[in-house]
Design a protein around this ligand. Structure first.
Ligand SMILES: *Cc1c(COP(=O)(O)O)cnc(C)c1O
Length: 474
């Protein structure tokens, strides 16, 4: 008889605290997949691929030494770029599937993981409120956006693609690649697209697609997707949403004190396409972006007839609706397993994003109240921009880069990893900062608070930044 009262549930922690359990799970996965392989009958491994275990140990030792030449992306005191290790569930999903190495280009290359891909894409579509949809994973947000702009060109040939001046640089670059005219619409004081300027541009009748960014890479600014949709419907333009960074904030877009603004994220449901990067806020290893289209009919723009693939079914193959060919099925398995455990709901993955949002608000509050630091603008997601208070932009630039450098030079157990962000005099002035623009542009500090653990560290992180400023003035 099961005596459930004696079986305390064990946890798999993320980070180094879960190393032992992760090791156990990986060992079990390798053993179990080897068992499946053996069902097909024994065969001798070819000696050409045998390696000496001692040679392997030496090489892996070198690998581990070389990997120490990294910044501590996993640690709450690393708040530099958009980087963090995947969830251990993603690692288990990835490694387990990688042992087979399925290729999600075609159902024949990886029937199991191709189905998982369709399931996770449906989950993402549901999260955004897309009903019928066409979509697939990609190896990055860049490729996902390329596909969205490719479809934009095919459906509106000869027309302009408009994006905000603060949109990811990939949009200008991909327009160039696609031979499409790209147009950068200015931003207003909170870093979002200037709707008046957009309306003026739409009135010219030249625009085919508007790219709204739901979470800019620099500031985490969320364009007013709801207003952009309304404008675009009036002028017959399509709307693509680049939610590569911000997409999962849809889960906490509830106007609550520790959530984000609801309206822009709710309006994604009415847009023509959306891009999201599970390898940013979806706890995945790199190699996992996604593009979704509201109209399944856009598949016609991809159609091709390959003599090599697609022999087992009449179902639409992933390779028929994507520009990339080979793609790791392991990425789909990783995301599938992660979403089984942390589903795309407010209580699931949403609970992983909320602490970072709270951290951004709490730290912004401290910065705004400080005599030594100034808040560049109010955070709309979990990205914070601020600077050591100085009279001149050249001094702000020097103090920011100096502070960042000194934080990284501290001994490992005290080190602080920040990043800088370049702003120009006009952007500071629009935001009401009283700074003498003695140079045209300068660096301020930027912190991405994308790990939930950071919330607990806000008071000490703030103090550490203040201490570094004080030390710098000594
Ligand atoms: C990161 C990002 C991209 C590019 O995605 P990659 O996955 O790095 O190729 C595009 N747009 C936005 C808004 C991003 O944050």
């Amino acid at each position: 008889m099961a005596t459930s009262s004696h079986t305390a549930s064990r946890l798999l922690h993320s980070g180094p605290a879960g190393a032992a359990e992760l090791g156990e799970q990986l060992r079990a996965a390798v053993a179990d997949m080897a068992g499946w392989m053996q069902e097909y009958g024994e065969f001798s491994p070819h000696p050409s691929m045998d390696v000496e275990l001692t040679a392997l140990e030496q090489a892996t030792e070198q690998l581990r030494v070389r990997l120490r030449e990294n910044y501590p992306f996993f640690h709450p005191r690393y708040i530099g770029q958009m980087l963090k290790p995947p969830h251990p569930a993603a690692v288990i999903g990835y490694v387990t599937a990688m042992l087979i190495n399925p290729n999600n280009h075609a159902l024949d290359g990886g029937p199991a993981t191709a189905r998982m891909e369709k399931e996770v894409v449906s989950q993402l579509a549901e999260m955004f409120g897309f009903g019928a949809h066409l979509g697939h994973l990609t190896s990055s947000g860049t490729i996902a956006n390329l596909e969205a702009l490719f479809v934009a060109r095919q459906t509106h040939p000869g027309k302009v693609v408009a994006y905000s001046a603060d949109a990811h640089y990939t949009h200008a670059r991909m327009c160039h690649l696609l031979g499409v005219d790209g147009h950068a619409v200015p931003t207003v004081a909170d870093g979002t697209m200037d709707l008046q300027a957009l309306a003026d541009l739409l009135r010219t009748g030249t625009v085919g697609t508007v790219v709204a960014t739901a979470g800019t890479t620099g500031l985490g600014a969320v364009d007013a997707v709801h207003d952009i949709v309304t404008l675009c419907r009036t002028y017959g333009a399509r709307v693509h949403v680049d939610a590569a960074y911000g997409g999962f904030f849809r889960l906490i877009a509830d106007d609550s004190p520790d959530g984000v603004a609801a309206a822009p994220f709710a309006a994604i449901a009415e847009c023509d396409s959306v891009v999201i990067d599970p390898h940013k806020h979806g706890l995945q290893p790199y190699g996992c972006g996604a593009v979704l289209f509201a109209d399944p009919g856009v598949a016609r723009h991809y159609l091709h007839d390959s003599p090599y693939t697609y022999f087992t079914s009449d179902e639409l193959h992933l390779g028929e609706i994507s520009l990339e060919c080979s793609r790791g099925g392991a990425a789909a398995a990783a995301l599938w397993l992660t979403l089984r455990l942390l589903p795309p709901t407010s209580d699931g993955l949403g609970a992983v994003l909320r602490p970072g949002r709270r951290a951004a608000l709490a730290w912004a509050h401290r910065i705004a109240a400080s005599d030594h630091l100034s808040l560049y603008q109010r955070p709309q997601l979990d990205i914070l921009t601020y600077y050591p208070t100085r009279d001149r932009l050249s001094e702000i630039d020097r103090a920011s880069s100096d502070l960042m450098a000194r934080g990284m030079q501290l001994p490992a157990a005290q080190s602080l990893y920040l990043a800088t962000f370049t702003v120009d005099a006009a952007a500071l002035a629009t935001r009401g900062h009283q700074v003498v623009a003695d140079v045209p542009r300068g660096r301020i500090l930027r912190s991405v608070l994308m790990k939930p653990e950071i919330e607990q560290h806000v008071p000490s992180l703030h103090q550490q930044v203040l201490d570094l400023i004080a030390d710098g003035q000594r």
